[in-house]
Write a protein that binds this ligand. Structure first.
Ligand code: HEM
Length: 335
């Protein structure tokens, strides 16, 4: 994809998941999903549709990092098959949306979410995106967005549960939000999420310690000199974020989970969980919103009991407990 095409698609898609209006639209869906999922988990109920989708994403993801061997049994082959299943699911969603819009959307009415923006988008020659292009973009967004936020949510829950003092402090902040809420208000407001200062530090600390996006790749467009090292034009460079996030000179005692280290402001370049530059993650605000909403409800009403608390952790391709953090979610015993 050309640089120009990347810029155009990013502009088009990023606006539908950024800013007050867009995030307010998503907040309602996120909260409904969080509440119903937490409730289901306490009864050990599963959402089979979501689980089936999750299986396909996982296959796709594993194949992205595998050798391109398209023979049955190999990860790449399984990923291609998973992609076909996902494309079929997404095609039915795009069809449904196009039909709904025919019936409901009045001429000139503003687009609502990313799919609407993609359906409406036109280039300078008035060419619209085809279904295959829309599906490609949706798949890319879901792939980029679901595992990263899911892992950080899981780790934040894990750290909170393992640090009772931090848990209590974070819970008090959430209780304060409820106390200040007008009795008639139903559900979270974006203003409330923005007041979750301590929770935001918990999330930043989780993202620092876990650094879910381990690396990004770049190419030097010209000779670059960094601290006396020359990266010649055309060389591929690999940015290893963990070396920044676990640098003891920037973060003393870097392996300690300590949200209070965020009481100090850090310099530019010292915290890059969402990358940097033109490729900066467009889902950064949405991701923090999703994680905050989950932790709000978790802290207020639930506890997590790991089934294998001593499970070893593996660090590649992502930091995760070897048992995938098998746990029981229970209603909290102390109210
Ligand atoms: C905690 C959650 C997340 C983390 C840590 C994360 C991190 C990152 C990082 C490091 C990059 C690469 C930036 C670079 O190359 O410099 C990236 C790219 C991207 N992320 Fe995220 N992300 C998260 C959630 C999301 C969400 C929720 C979405 C969308 C719904 C999303 C969509 C994307 C997309 C589309 C790109 C590619 C951007 C481009 O190439 O211009 N991410 N993300």
């Amino acid at each position: 994809m050309s640089v120009e095409e990347h810029k155009r698609l990013k502009r088009l898609t990023a606006s539908s998941i950024n800013g007050y209006e867009a995030l307010s639209v998503y907040l309602k869906y996120i909260e409904e999903n969080v509440i119903s999922s937490l409730e289901k988990w306490t009864h050990m109920e599963n959402d089979y549709v979501m689980e089936a989708l999750e299986r396909e994403y996982t296959m796709l993801n594993l194949g992205l990092r595998a050798l391109r061997i398209n023979i049955p049994g190999f990860a790449f082959h399984k990923a291609l098959k998973a992609r076909k299943v996902l494309v079929a699911i997404f095609q039915s969603i795009v069809d449904k949306r196009r039909n709904e819009r025919k019936e409901k959307l009045l001429p000139g009415q503003k687009a609502k979410d990313m799919m609407d923006s993609l359906i409406d988008a036109e280039d300078e020659n008035e060419r619209k995106l085809g279904d295959d292009e829309i599906i490609d973009i949706m798949l890319m967004y879901l792939n980029a967005g679901h595992e990263s936020s899911g892992h950080i949510t899981m780790w934040a829950t894990y750290f909170l549960q393992g640090h009772p003092k931090i848990f209590r402090k974070a819970k008090e902040e959430q209780e304060e939000i409820l106390r200040r809420r007008p009795p008639t208000q139903k559900g979270l407001k974006l203003e409330e999420v923005r007041k979750m200062e301590y929770l935001s530090k918990v999330i930043d600390e989780t993202m620092r310690l876990i650094t879910i996006a381990v690396i990004v790749f770049r190419e030097a467009k010209s000779d670059v000199n960094i601290n006396g090292y020359l990266i010649p034009k055309g060389w591929k460079a690999l940015v290893w974020f963990r070396s920044i996030h676990l640098d003891p000179e920037i973060y003393p005692n870097p392996k300690e989970f300590n949200p209070d280290r965020w009481n100090e402001v850090h310099k530019a370049g010292e915290f890059l969980p969402f990358g940097v530059g033109t490729r900066l993650c467009p889902g950064n605000d949405l991701a923090k919103l999703e994680i905050s909403v989950f932790l709000h409800h978790f802290l207020l009403n639930y506890e997590m009991e790991q089934l294998n608390p001593k499970s070893p952790v593996r660090f590649l391709p992502h930091t995760r407990p070897m048992d995938n953090c098998l746990a029981r979610i229970k209603k909290s015993s102390v109210v």
